[in-house]
Design a protein around this ligand. Structure first.
Ligand code: TXA
Ligand code: MG
Length: 314
């Protein structure tokens, strides 16, 4: 199907899943209350969890906020299009269904040619990750089909380049605060604004500023655990995601060695979670990053997602 046809589906108030550089999004027109309602329904998403509006030009930003601070402008110039979502004070006309009733709206410009041309034609789109709530975010078109079957048309753009959801940064206050860590790190932001942004404490989970952070997420059916004792290393029917250790080849094991390549781990993490379930693994054991030598703040986002999977199902 040509993109015009997908854009038409969106303009008529229906949903289309599409690739971005982070993960696949479940797109719906940001101005259609009924389309947004179906996003919540089909994902099984709690109604107090707001959506990110995806735009393809700075002109589209004006429709949603008039409060772009000088710091936000610097960040936009440096990181858009890219995996940084900014939270602004919202214009009154932004739909409550998008913001879950908050006075703020989250916006991002994805760095993916398919996403940008789709938005260009269909207008601004809300796009949560295109997974059923609680499942790992989709990084391949097959993942979207695994969760939703044929109910949602999916534009197949192959594997997402980054594989973890965008960094969510609140720029409504005097100093920016990271609400969800991602590929754009505190150090990346510091380079642009001259000081380190705060990182919202994930312990402050009862009433987090980013409502999505309180839900268990990203978890496969298999039990995800940090590797912290030798006994785990000989567990059968387990997947091991490793950097330095050697696991024993017990029966039905699957051993994946990232050797400290954190970019690759970010890109493939959710795919391995889903493979663990397809292979009916009982456990996914993940080596901590203690022995990974290169200082790399991508660890903050990886640990965040893995901690949530550890706290999740299984
Ligand atoms: O990389 C991404 O951001 C992907 C791709 C598809 O763009 N989208 C994504 O959307 O991860 P979703 O809905 O799965 O996660 C959105 C996160 C949630 O944690 C939500 O609570 C937060 O953004 N959020 C949205 N609007 C917000 C707001 N006004 N204030 C604070 N947090 C907000
Ligand atoms: Mg999500």
């Amino acid at each position: 199907m040509p993109y015009e046809a997908y854009a038409e589906i969106l303009k008529q108030g229906n949903l289309v899943a599409f690739p971005t550089e982070t993960v696949y999004g479940l797109g719906a027109s940001a101005w259609s209350p009924s389309a947004i309602r179906s996003v919540f329904e089909i994902k099984g998403r709690p109604s107090d969890n707001p959506l990110i509006v995806h735009i393809s030009s700075l002109a589209m930003l004006d429709g949603f906020t008039s409060k772009v601070s000088p710091v936000a402008k610097l960040l936009i110039r440096k990181f858009w299009p890219g995996p940084l979502t900014l939270v602004f004070g919202k214009k009154p006309e932004v739909l409550d269904a998008v913001t879950a009733g908050l006075q703020t709206v989250a916006l991002r410009m994805p760095d993916h040619p398919v996403a940008l041309s789709l938005i260009e034609q269909a207008g601004p789109l809300v796009a949560p990750s295109a997974n059923k709530s609680g499942r790992p975010s989709p990084t391949r078109a097959e993942h979207v089909i695994a969760d939703f079957g044929k109910r949602i048309p999916v534009i197949d753009g192959g594997e997402c380049r980054i594989g973890l959801e965008s960094t969510v940064l609140d720029v409504t206050g005097s100093k920016p605060v990271i609400l969800r860590p991602g590929y754009i790190t505190p150090a990346n932001i510091e380079q642009v604004i001259g000081y380190r942004p705060l990182v919202e404490s994930l312990d402050n989970i009862a009433k987090p500023k980013s409502p999505g952070m309180k839900y268990s997420h990203y978890a496969p059916e298999a039990s995800v655990q940090w590797l912290n004792n030798d006994r785990q290393l000989s567990t059968e029917n387990a997947m091991f995601l490793l950097h330095t250790m050697m696991a024993s080849p017990a029966s039905n094991n699957r051993i994946v060695h990232f050797r400290g390549d954190l970019e690759r781990m970010a890109r493939e993490l959710y795919d391995w979670f889903r493979k663990a379930d397809l292979d009916m693994m009982d456990y996914v054991f993940i080596e901590s990053f203690d022995k990974v030598s290169a200082p790399n703040e991508l660890i903050i986002a990886l640990e965040n997602r893995i901690d949530k999977a550890v706290g999740g199902k299984g």
